[in-house]
Design a protein around this ligand. Structure first.
Ligand SMILES: [Zn+2]
Length: 256
C-alpha cells in the first residue's frame, strides 16, 4: 500500500536537496522529529517496527499542516536496555539519547526553527523525551513537545482490542504496522505473547509502581497480548484518531 499516492505532500528532509530546504524554510514553523528504537518485536515484528511507525506517522502529520512542518529522519536507536537479552537489540544509554536529540535540535535551531515536536514510537524513550523538551524550553529560546500516537489514541484502542494486555509487539502495535508500515510485519508468524502468569497478574492489579524489569521476565517470546488478532481496521482507527488529535495540537503549538 503506497500511502504517498493519497497524501502527496510532506516535507521530509531525506527526500530534499538543500536549495529545496532553503526555499521551504520561510514557511516552516515546526520540525517534527520521529523517535524509534532498534529492538525485538516478538516473532512477528522486525527491528524497525517502532522507527517505521514513528516515521510514517510523522510524515502523515506533516501532510496535515503542509508546508509548515519539516520532518527529520527518524532517530532509529532508542533506550532499549530492557530488551537486550533478545538477540539483535541495540540500545543507547539514556544520556546518549538525550544528547543526540539535543544536538539535532541545536542544528535545526541554526536554520531558524524554534518549534520542535517529537513523535515517539517507543515506550522506553518517554522519560528521556520529557527531560529533553523541558531542557529545550529552559535552555533555548524555543518550545518543544513530544507525544506517542499510541497513547494519544489509547481510549479508542482499548475499546476495540480483544487482548487482556497490550503494549509491545501486541494486537494494537501490529495493527498500526499493518496500516502504516506493512513491511515490518511477518503476517504468517503473528502470534500470542507467551506472557508469564505472574507478570499478567501484576499488570492487571494496576498499582501505579514503576519497576525496572527485563522484558524476558514478562514474556518468553518478547510479545504482549495477542497479535494474531491484529487487523488493518484497528490500525487505521488508531492512527487516524491520533492524527486528528495531534493535528489540532500541532496547529496551536506551531503558531504559539
Ligand atoms: Zn514497539
Amino acid at each position: 500500500m503506497d500511502q504517498n499516492v493519497a497524501h502527496p505532500k510532506s516535507l521530509y528532509l531525506y527526500d530534499m536537496t538543500w536549495p529545496e530546504v532553503k526555499a521551504a524554510l520561510p514557511d516552516i514553523k515546526v520540525a517534527i522529529i520521529p523517535t524509534g528504537s532498534t529492538e525485538q518485536h516478538g516473532p512477528h515484528g522486525t527491528f524497525e517496527v517502532d522507527s517505521a511507525r514513528a516515521r510514517e506517522f510523522a510524515k502523515r502529520l506533516a501532510q496535515r499542516v503542509y508546508p509548515h512542518a519539516l520532518v527529520t529522519p527518524c532517530v532509529t536507536f532508542g533506550i532499549s536496555g530492557h530488551h537486550m537479552h533478545f538477540p539483535g537489540t541495540i540500545s543507547l544509554r539514556a544520556e546518549t539519547f538525550i544528547q543526540v536529540l539535543m544536538d539535532i535540535v541545536w542544528s535545526l535551531y541554526q536554520h531558524g526553527i524554534r518549534r520542535f515536536f517529537f513523535i515517539n514510537g517507543h515506550g522506553g524513550n518517554k522519560p528521556a523525551l520529557t527531560i529533553v523538551v523541558n531542557r529545550i524550553r529552559q535552555e533555548m529560546d524555543a518550545k518543544a513537545a513530544w507525544a506517542s500516537p499510541t497513547s494519544v489514541a489509547d481510549d479508542v484502542i482499548k475499546q476495540r482490542v480483544k487482548s487482556p494486555m497490550i503494549g509491545h509487539a501486541c494486537e494494537s502495535e501490529m495493527s498500526q504496522c499493518l496500516y502504516l508500515c506493512h513491511e515490518t510485519v511477518r503476517t504468517e508468524y503473528l502470534t500470542k505473547g507467551e506472557i508469564y502468569d505472574e507478570a499478567l497478574a501484576k499488570h492487571l492489579s494496576a498499582v501505579p509502581v514503576e519497576e525496572g524489569r527485563f522484558w524476558e521476565e514478562i514474556t518468553a517470546n518478547g510479545a504482549l497480548g495477542d497479535a494474531s488478532q491484529a487487523n488493518v481496521e484497528l490500525g487505521q482507527v488508531a492512527i487516524e484518531t491520533a492524527l486528528d488529535r495531534l493535528t489540532a495540537f500541532l496547529v496551536n503549538f506551531m503558531n504559539s
